[in-house]
Design a protein around this ligand. Structure first.
Ligand SMILES: [Zn+2]
Length: 457
């Protein structure tokens, strides 16, 4: 058995790993490189004729975005993933094909049909056997990873009964919308992500309080609140928290000491057709929600589709809203993609509203090196948008509590709770410093484990 990393070796994008057994192999994820890592070619630069299946941990673009290139290289094998990821995958791929490859509607539809013909949705906890041409068989099992809807870590049982676990992206504990990940009982070999291998987040309880504080302050100052968010995962966590805040605050908050702002009328604008479609899928898969979230629904609340949440569909509507907010400075919360400000509708808002000191930007996700989001988080005075220099007068707030990723303490807990193993740990999907920090912390709790860093291979 061999594990080969074809991506996410020295950074957090382009996740793609191969589990090789003799002459055959399976791929785990096939993601796009983003930010500085886009300098790497997207063409599949490794042999695939022996690859018998692709398994997807979840549908973030850095785990699925290179599927078009994989199929272009000739891969026609089955694609195994959870039912919710299978439902989200066409939406995410369609968006990627539009943005990255500029394909028209018909070209996109025929590609999505091809992907659908290869898709094999598997329920959580079920065993999916994968048989190789020589008759040998491995088994895959998807378990909740708590990262985004449908996200899973994958347990493989090999012909010799040993097992290998690929963590995919693990979610933090105690997020209100999804269930927490539960560690596998056994993992002889573990491949684990390390996005936040060197850091701990502010707590989930604190994030709601801080968000409320920033919004309250901003309402008093006027201006829009822009929140760049990944369409899948962060957007829904954020909507969930906004609904919580709005349901708790007193209807009237003072603004400039003059007029009162009615929180119940404060528009929460979801300016992303993709995020809206994905939010619909979150509604359809309520069975995967946490107990707390389900209880709200039973109590008659609508955590993801509350009254003042407005969805912007057309591009004209979007442009009109950007201009209106720029001209009026009226209060509004705008949630738009992309999460790292590398494209999408958030760009027009940033270009129009960054020079306005009343604007507040709340950064809630991981910002990869080389992205505009990363530059904003560093509080640069000037940035480039659409080939124009834009001065940044807006206040930029960074909140780590919305990360979809486990922090160092969550990652350590995930490994500590494995009853048997791991004798070998591969650390992937993190900056080199994060991989090293996680390795050091893991070695302390698992002194018997051999630890390999993907960045050093
Ligand atoms: Zn992810």
């Amino acid at each position: 058995m061999q594990i080969i990393h074809h991506g996410a070796k020295t950074g957090v994008t382009g996740s793609c790993h191969e589990l090789r057994l003799g002459q055959y192999g399976v791929l785990i994820d096939c993601g796009l490189f983003q930010g500085d890592e886009t300098k790497q070619s997207l063409d599949i630069d490794f042999p695939i004729s022996h690859i018998q299946a692709l398994l997807l941990t979840h549908c973030h673009i850095d785990h699925i975005g290179r599927i078009p290139w994989l199929l272009a290289a000739g891969f026609r094998g089955p694609i195994y993933t959870t039912e919710a990821t299978a439902a989200l995958l066409p939406l995410m791929l369609d968006d990627g094909l539009k943005i990255q490859l500029n394909l028209n509607r018909q070209q996109r539809a025929s590609f999505i049909n091809l992907v659908n013909s290869q898709l094999r949705p598997v329920p959580f906890d079920a065993h999916a056997p994968i048989t190789f041409p020589d008759g040998s068989q491995i088994e895959a099992r998807f378990q909740p990873a708590g990262h985004i809807l449908g996200s899973a870590y994958i347990e493989f049982t090999l012909p010799d009964n040993s097992n290998v676990v690929f963590s995919g992206d693990l979610g933090p504990c105690n997020t209100p919308l999804l269930v927490d990940p539960v560690s596998p009982v056994q993992a002889d070999t573990l491949v684990i992500e390390s996005t936040y291998g060197q850091r701990n987040h502010e707590s989930v309880a604190d994030r709601g309080r801080r968000l409320k504080g920033i919004i309250t302050q901003s309402l008093q100052d006027g201006g829009a609140i822009l929140i760049p968010a990944f369409s899948v995962g962060r957007t829904q966590e954020l909507l969930f928290d906004l609904e919580t805040i709005i349901s708790q605050v007193s209807p009237l908050m003072p603004s400039n000491g003059e007029e009162d702002i009615d929180w119940q009328r404060l528009p929460v604008i979801l300016d992303s057709p993709l995020a809206a479609e994905i939010t619909d899928q979150y509604e359809l898969f309520q069975r995967l929600w946490s107990k707390e979230a389900k209880e709200r629904v039973i109590g008659g609340r609508h955590p993801l589709s509350f009254k003042q949440c407005i969805t912007i569909e057309s591009h004209q509507e979007h442009l009109a809203l950007v201009n209106r907010l720029k001209a009026s400075g009226e209060p509004a919360i705008v949630v738009a993609a992309s999460g790292m400000c590398t494209g999408g509708r958030i760009m027009n808002y940033l270009e129009a509203l960054l020079p306005d000191k009343r604007t507040d930007i709340i950064m809630i996700g991981y910002q990869a090196r080389g992205t505009l989001g990363n530059q904003l988080a560093q509080e640069r005075g000037k940035v480039q948008i659409n080939q124009r220099q834009v001065s940044v007068k807006a206040s930029v707030h960074t909140m780590s509590g919305y990360s979809a990723h486990a922090d160092q303490s969550d990652l350590l807990k995930f490994v500590a709770n494995i009853n048997h193993g791991p004798s070998k740990i591969h650390i992937v999907h993190g900056e080199y410093a994060a991989q090293k920090a996680l390795a050091k912390a893991l070695q302390a709790i698992r002194p018997e484990s051999e630890i390999v860093l993907a960045a050093e291979q």
